[in-house]
Design a binder for this molecule. Sequence first.
Ligand code: TTP
Ligand code: MG
Length: 391
Amino acid sequence: MSARTIMHIDLDAFFVAVEQVLHPELRGKPVAVGGRADQRGVVATASYEARKFGLHSAMPLSTARRLCPQAIFIPGNFTEYRAASRKFMAILADFSPFLQPMGLDEAYLDVTGFESLHGSARDMALRIKRRVKDDIGIVASVGIAPCKVVAKIASDESKHDGLIEVRRGEEAGFLAPLDIGKLPGAGKRTEDALRRAGIETMGDLARMPVESVLSRFGAFGGVLHGYANGIDDREVLPPGEAKSISRETTFQEDTRDKTFLAAILRRQTERVGADLRRMEKQAKCVGIKVRFSDFTTISRHRTLAQNTDTDAAIFEVGFDLLKRAVAADRRAVRLLGIEVSSLSEPSTQLSLLDGDQRRLHNLDQAIDRIRLKYGFDAIETGRTIRLKKRA
Ligand code: TTP
Ligand code: MG
């Protein structure tokens, strides 16, 4: 994974901030958007002045009114919020085309390589904050980091009107003291389960051996464990861009067993292939990702001669990439993943495909139907049967 610089930008008290632009008399006052206090319903957002009284998003309006009777309650005006959101996203797009909006008031921006154009990433963030303030009249908080999850947590931590930059190598240290509840992706139930296991901070989770995280919390625990260590390979994906489909597996124990790796790759391929066929797409590019025991991560991609949606074609390329990637390497493998990308609608009619492709496509589809009915593990192919024995 090459070095990246990712920003997460989030507007402060967004709905309220728009209301305060439209109605300047609301500035500096406790304000809550989410209906009149005599109505049922919840607070969508509260101004920072109102938050001092304990008001927050999703709080019942009746509670909000009890805590802060002097607060001004506003029903909300989504047309205005959407207009402000469009202006906000347009400002961000001036700084980098790699923009991924997440709802109305937040976005990721991959600014890798654009820094020199605007000075440093920090300079860029300051200019973004200034333009949002000048052009829309709203305050933005920004996190800068080498990956999405750390950028997001940094912008959260920086509020109000903040800017935090976390440099490469500082991620785990920055996260360690933070409460586990602040880890994005961990819902309330996961959070409770983590706390029951004695995990109160992100550092507690980061320090836990990965095998015990996996056995207690499953594959998702592995993802959260990576996040807590500041590891997150997710890309900033502009909307509508042909996305990729991928699967990855973190192993309970690091492994050098090539046959096992091939079996895992085959199983991942079958999952990815099934998704591809369900979406009625074909892929032009196949890639693999390998993370070694020392956390070094490599990815290898290859463009295919012909678009495909068959497991056999995807696996053939993935397997070849894997062999080359691990052949000369003596390190054990911690994580393996496969990805198909450059997705498109099938360009040729199925009947025009060559006979082999068509037979494979039909076979895969027949297997997909059985799996849909009886579960994914109802059918094991030659390579994956090994995994069943192992489990
Ligand atoms: P957030 O960015 O979560 O909250 P915020 O912008 O109000 O405050 P801050 O970022 O400074 O902490 O959500 C953006 C908007 O989405 C928010 O203004 C209102 C709306 N929203 C709801 O309608 N319901 C909710 O539960 C939440 C969290 C947000
Ligand atoms: Mg916000």
